[in-house]
Design a protein around this ligand. Structure first.
Ligand SMILES: O=C(O)c1ccccc1NCC(=O)[C@H](O)[C@H](O)COP(=O)(O)O
Length: 272
């Protein structure tokens, strides 16, 4: 399956990165950044990503993504900083930034620059296969990391959440079915994402989130991911008690992202 290929590639990438900056060094850098933040916040972490998703209405996590395995290149022209600023100005709760280079043509520097430029929290959208990437996410300026149940053991998810917590990072734990939801919850996930994309054949069904919503308790933040295109999709998810949506392609293909977001929210808009 494509996910296994991407995970293998992520492992190779991490091993190469460790030769550039050792694991010990990365931990120290992340620890220093977390300490400075804790001091600023007078003791505890704020967990801005989680906070941002607890809005009154459904929250939007807007994705900055150049390409994907299912769609190839989505945005030839890719002014990632402008896109992130536009999302922020349009009222996005958070930004998801792809850093995976081989299949999504992402870059760590996209995340680093975006996090330095916007005030809303930023999710590092990558394929976490090693705790090194969590420390690295902190150093790059992320507020959250992605943990995919299909490529991690329970032990790895638990340990990853523990590390993220210790750094003031939130963890979006992604599941595709009921079994993975049980796994995520038993590991202590506080934010659960259901991906609507079937990674065997790349089909997307927004209903997947709605069908699986009942397996997730109300105090856990529920995020519907992938394939969300219309205001009707959003309304269904809103009625289904989904707290947040993660949207990539629909926004990336739209010239006027602000208008598209208004349209999706159910306000008037026009996608140019
Ligand atoms: O998008 C893919 O082709 C893909 C393939 C394999 C693993 C993950 C994949 N997508 C990552 C995502 O989860 C999406 O970027 C995200 O949910 C946004 O989806 P969309 O709104 O459909 O662009």
């Amino acid at each position: 399956m494509i996910l296994d290929e991407i995970a293998k590639s992520a492992k190779r990438r991490v091993e190469a990165e460790k030769k550039r900056i050792s694991c010990r060094e990365m931990k120290v850098l992340a620890g220093k950044k977390a300490e400075a933040e804790q001091e600023g916040a007078k003791g505890g972490f704020d967990f801005p990503f989680e906070k941002a998703l607890r809005g009154e209405d459904i929250s939007f996590i807007c994705e900055v993504k150049k390409a994907s395995p299912s769609k190839g290149v989505i945005a030839e022209h890719f002014p990632y900083l402008e896109i992130a600023k536009e999302y922020e100005q349009a009222g996005a709760a958070a930004i998801s930034c792809l850093t995976e280079p081989e299949y999504f043509l992402g870059q760590d520097r996209y995340l680093e620059e975006i996090a330095g430029r916007v005030k809303i929290p930023v999710l590092r959208k990558d394929f976490t296969v090693d705790s090194y990437q969590i420390y690295e996410a902190k150093v790059l300026g992320a507020d959250a990391v992605l943990l995919i149940c299909a490529i991690l053991s329970e032990e790895q998810i638990r340990e990853s959440i523990r590390i993220a917590d210790s750094l003031g990072l939130s963890a979006l734990v992604e599941a595709h079915d009921e079994q993975e939801i049980v796994k995520a919850l038993s590991c202590g996930a506080r934010i659960l994402g259901v991906n609507n994309r079937n990674l065997k054949d790349f089909t997307v069904h927004v209903e997947n989130s709605l069908e699986l919503r009942r397996y997730v308790p109300g105090d856990i933040l529920f995020v519907a991911e992938s394939g969300i295109r219309t205001a009707e999709d959003i309304e269904k998810l809103r009625q289904g008690n989904v707290q947040a949506v993660l949207i990539g392609e629909t926004l990336m293909r739209c010239r006027d992202k602000k208008a598209m977001l208004e349209e999706l929210r159910g306000k008037k808009g026009f996608c140019g």
